[in-house]
Write a protein of this length. Structure first.
Length: 105
């Protein structure tokens, strides 16, 4: 799904929306440089294909980011649409599923 990514597509609109829940642009970009789980988001993909990413910020907090991929001049960029820290129950579920996946390997 995500091949070669050239960077991030930020503008006034998505910066404000992504940061309103306490994540910085640096937090969001760090999440994509680590290990993430990516899922399609078909309910919100009417105008463009969207994805949900779950991962960790540099300080180890779990975060949830909705994003799309944008093409510019033949290059692919991640365009975050919204971002927030995961709630406690979401973190517990994520950690439980991650542990199960590790056991299956």
């Amino acid at each position: 799904m995500i091949g070669s990514i050239s960077g991030f597509d930020w503008d006034e609109g998505n910066r404000a929306k992504c940061c309103k829940h306490g994540l910085s642009l640096k937090d969001i970009e760090h999440l994509f440089h680590g290990t993430i789980a990516v899922f399609p988001d078909p309910r919100h993909s009417a105008a463009e294909e969207r994805f949900a990413a779950i991962g960790e910020t540099a300080d180890g907090r779990k975060a949830f980011v909705i994003f799309t991929l944008r093409q510019k001049n033949g290059l692919t960029f991640i365009r975050p649409i919204s971002a927030r820290f995961m709630h406690r129950k979401e973190v517990e579920h994520y950690e439980k599923e991650t542990a199960r996946a590790r056991q299956r390997r």
